[in-house]
Design a protein around this ligand. Structure first.
Ligand SMILES: Cc1cc2nc3c(=O)[nH]c(=O)nc-3n(C[C@H](O)[C@H](O)[C@H](O)COP(=O)(O)OP(=O)(O)OC[C@H]3O[C@@H](n4cnc5c(N)ncnc54)[C@H](O)[C@@H]3O)c2cc1C
Length: 389
């Protein structure tokens, strides 16, 4: 599939894609989100069909195609309820892309094909109890030892940490310099001695999140990502990819959670047509913005503050769609039968607020847009015990 480039090829691709999505994947892989074994089976089928890593260069195991192929995939896939293999989302869309951007060729070559095949799940160990939005405050420390580093500290909100083989981790390697300068990024083995993962339960009913405790875990030198002391700039690269990935993720944030038949019925009954149209138009705007950012990234233009715009638009629409879905669907989205389509809807409704937080909250995206796109003055910092700003 990697020799495809032109518009005619795109049509052939879409045809193959429809066959895969509507005929090839078994009914067992359609429907309910959030189950690990089915997510793994889906990724296996995707890889087998030559559809894994559409825009990832072939030398890292992908298909080497342009972003228009990714959009075509999102559009076709949106018309079929499918198992969501979101446990691979961070690894493939964020961590692998960042390794490629940061020219960590050896690590991308080693882990790219494994992630795309579904053999290795990757997680991101950035947030800590005292450092979520303010990532430069991370306290997890990495101390030099022979051949590598010893890590001690605690991470939190680690999505899929309990099933991950590797984790991208931000740690403090030099406490004596300014906080942004003393950070380093590592790729850590999640089953290394001294790594303990404890699941947390979410309101979706899943335990996607985890706390991760690091007590003397060893990371070899060849797993330093981006160079010692460069952790802040590598973090910005990773967050840029995370925001872009979220912006691109819900190609149909509005359509997917909304049960269309019930909406048509409800609108005919005098339902809120204006709200639906607004949501639909905002959805189109968000798609255009995320496509534009993806095109620029593909052309080699480094990701910048525009990724915050893409993410903000997408999560705002996701929240609105969740609200509408609750309004137009079953019992306000509060009760469902396990295994039913209602379960997918309930998941979308309950998952939307989390999407607005993961990868940086809406407030943080607004700060970035205000300061770095609109040129507004910096947000005043309010420190504990000092309310004078
Ligand atoms: C679904 C989901 C998945 C996640 N997955 C991961 C993961 O895999 N790995 C990982 O490391 N983390 C993950 N996180 C954590 C996420 O990145 C953090 O929750 C987020 O960065 C916010 O940090 P915090 O929770 O510490 O909130 P805080 O930073 O304490 O913020 C609390 C509130 O204050 C606001 N605020 C803080 N600072 C400012 C400011 N300067 N200006 C304006 N408002 C501000 C915030 O917007 C928020 O409303 C995930 C979170 C969610 C919800």
């Amino acid at each position: 599939m990697s020799d495809m480039t032109g518009p005619a090829d795109l049509e052939i691709f879409q045809e193959r894609l429809r066959t895969f999505i509507f005929d090839t994947i078994p009914a067992a892989l359609a429907g309910v989100v959030g189950e690990v074994p089915r997510g793994l089976a889906f990724r296996g089928a995707l890889h087998g069909a030559g559809l894994a890593g559409l825009t990832v260069p072939t030398r890292f195991g992908g298909q080497g195609l342009g972003p228009e192929f990714e959009q075509a995939y999102a559009q076709v896939a949106a018309n079929r309820a499918m198992v969501d293999d979101k446990m691979f989302f961070l690894g493939i869309n964020v961590i692998l892309q960042s390794l490629i951007d940061l020219e960590e060729t050896a690590l991308a070559t080693e882990f790219g094909p494994r992630m795309l095949r579904g053999d290795t799940i990757a997680c991101q160990l950035f947030s800590e109890p005292e450092a979520g939005s303010d990532l430069a405050s991370v306290r997890t420390k990495a101390v030099r030892t022979e051949g590598g580093w010893i890590l001690d500290g605690q991470k939190v909100w680690t999505s899929y940490g309990h099933i991950a083989g590797i984790g991208l981790l931000l740690a403090r390697t030099d406490p004596t310099v300014a906080k942004h300068r003393g950070l380093t990024m590592f790729l850590i083995d999640m089953d290394a001695d001294g790594v303990e993962v404890r699941p947390l339960r979410q309101m979706t009913g899943e335990s996607e999140f985890n706390e991760v405790f690091l007590g003397g875990a060893f990371v070899p030198d060849n797993r330093v990502v981006g160079g010692v002391g460069t952790g802040w700039s590598t973090t910005l690269t990773v967050l840029g990819h995370e925001r872009l990935a979220v912006a691109k993720a819900g190609e149909n944030t509005v359509r997917r959670p909304l049960p269309m038949a019930r909406i048509v019925e409800s609108v005919a009954d005098g339902g809120n047509l204006d709200a639906l149209l607004d949501a639909w138009m905002d959805e189109r705007t968000a798609s255009l913005v995320s496509r534009q950012i993806a095109r620029r990234a593909q052309a080699g233009i480094p990701l910048g503050p525009e990724t915050s715009l893409g993410k903000l638009l997408r999560t705002r629409n996701g929240l609105r769609a969740a609200k509408l879905a609750a309004e137009y669907s079953f019992d306000g989205g509060l009760a469902w039968n396990p295994g039913s389509r209602d379960q997918d809807l309930a998941f979308e409704i309950l998952n939307a607020p989390g999407m607005a937080m993961g990868g940086g909250t809406d407030d943080i995206q607004r700060n970035t847009i205000g300061e770095r796109i609109l040129g507004l003055p910096r947000e005043p910092l309010v420190k504990e015990g000092n309310t004078s700003k």
